[in-house]
Design a protein around this ligand. Structure first.
Ligand SMILES: *Cc1c(COP(=O)(O)O)cnc(C)c1O
Length: 407
């Protein structure tokens, strides 16, 4: 495809208007929104107002005057239609790692006669660490199985099956409804990490029979570095499960200052300490970038962008890289990884040329496609630069081999 053809696709793109909701650096092709989402135009003004007029002028009265206290619920309500949940099933809180710990522990304690947690052996590292820590605290066994072996690993001893919906390396996507059905049939609960899928693929947490989920605010939701995460507890489980991290913000009446804990009704009990109001204001702007946009359109563009990228890369330099994930668009999320023995240096050369993706050890160059702000022209440009770098071996320079702390 020529850059001219790609620009024609962009002119026909029903989501092209959404790019104006972001402030993107000129001259760069940003394909790392799956790691840190781009900055929305509205964020700096909104956070500035929250600081100056709310915190600065109205001080502590802002908790009620500007309804800061309800922000974790108000922002969560914007997320509900994006992930297919009902109001009251989502909460913004903590980080993904902490939310995972809370829900995993709550789930295991709700199945006291079962002592096994099933997960994917190649799950995201923080998930594996949280699972290991929670299991040792709860006296559970962790059954780590390859992706293809999940269904066979679910038996009557399993309390929870916890998986990342879209694999952070390969982009492979689980069939959420099938896993949920298998777990339900065996009496186990499911807990999904949606960090690499929410905001880029279509989700129907209710329709697919999902019990519990967590996800990230700073990837496809553009909430800013270290944005708070979200958690989901299906309505029918809310009476049965209890947050293990009891804090005053999850109390039924925090300002009664009672000496004993009484959990709030509903999802509110999963709050622990005081919510991060400035971070919530930024995440609110991140979620506003989805306003008026159907997730079916987002998912369709995600498939089209990633498919075009695979085709263009394989046509240009397919003899030098190997696709490290599913070829079938419906079987993956919104990022694409290629294996190359010197992947680190190749990615540094790409970044030097203005195409920003990332590197995942041991040998993957990874490209994320954020349907709200990435274009077909950018996809073609990225594939062209990669082809040029690989065919000329221009990546093989000392400056591209020096390892940075964050890859
Ligand atoms: C990005 C990501 C996280 C991030 O966890 P934090 O606690 O926010 O650092 C967790 N799990 C997965 C699968 C991720 O992709």
């Amino acid at each position: 495809m020529t850059p001219h053809d790609a620009r024609a696709l962009d002119r026909g793109d029903p989501l092209a208007f959404a790019k104006d909701r972001f402030r993107l650096p000129a001259g760069k092709t940003y394909l790392d929104g799956n790691s840190l989402g781009a900055l929305p135009v509205a964020t700096a003004v909104r956070v500035g107002e929250t600081i100056r007029h709310q915190w600065g002028d109205d001080l502590i009265a802002s908790w009620t005057g500007h309804d800061w206290i309800e922000a974790p619920f108000r922002v969560a309500a914007k997320l509900a239609p994006i992930v297919g949940a009902r109001d009251g099933e989502l909460l913004i809180a903590d980080s993904t790692s902490v939310c995972l710990f809370k829900l995993l522990t709550a789930a295991v304690r709700a199945r006291p006669d079962r002592r096994v947690i099933v997960t994917d052996a190649a799950n995201f590292p923080t998930d594996l660490y949280v699972i290991e820590g929670a299991a040792s605290l709860l006296g559970c066994e962790v059954r780590r199985v390859p992706a293809g072996g999940i269904a066979d690993a679910i038996d009557a001893d399993v309390a929870v099956v916890t998986l990342t919906h879209v694999d952070y390396r390969s982009g492979a996507k689980y069939d959420m409804a099938a896993v949920n059905a298998a777990a339900k049939a065996a009496g186990a609960l499911t807990l999904w990490d949606l960090s690499h899928s929410a905001g880029a693929v279509e989700l129907d947490l209710n329709g697919s029979g999902c019990d519990l989920a967590v996800g990230c605010g700073y990837k496809y939701f553009n909430g800013g570095p270290g944005a708070p995460a979200f958690l989901f507890v299906a309505e029918e489980l809310q009476k049965e499960l209890h947050s293990p991290l009891q804090g005053w913000m999850g109390h039924a009446d925090p300002f009664a200052f009672s000496a004993s804990y009484q959990p709030a009704d509903g999802i509110g009990q999963y709050l622990t300490g005081t919510p991060s109001v400035l971070a919530l204001a930024a995440l609110d702007c991140g979620l506003d970038t989805f306003s008026g946009i159907l997730m079916s359109a987002v998912a369709a563009k995600s498939r089209a962008l990633s498919q075009l990228f695979i085709e263009e890369v394989e046509r240009g330099c397919g003899d030098k890289v190997e696709l490290a994930g599913p070829r079938e668009p419906d079987a993956r999320g919104s990022h694409v990884s290629f294996a190359h023995p010197h992947g680190y240096a190749v990615m540094q050369a790409l970044i030097d040329g203005g195409v920003i993706g990332d590197f995942r050890a041991p040998n993957l160059i990874r490209f994320g496609f954020a349907p709200l702000y990435n274009s077909y022209a950018e996809v073609v440009r990225a594939a062209e630069l990669l082809t040029e770098i690989l065919n000329s071996a221009s990546w093989d320079q000392p400056r591209f081999h020096a390892r940075l702390k964050v890859t």
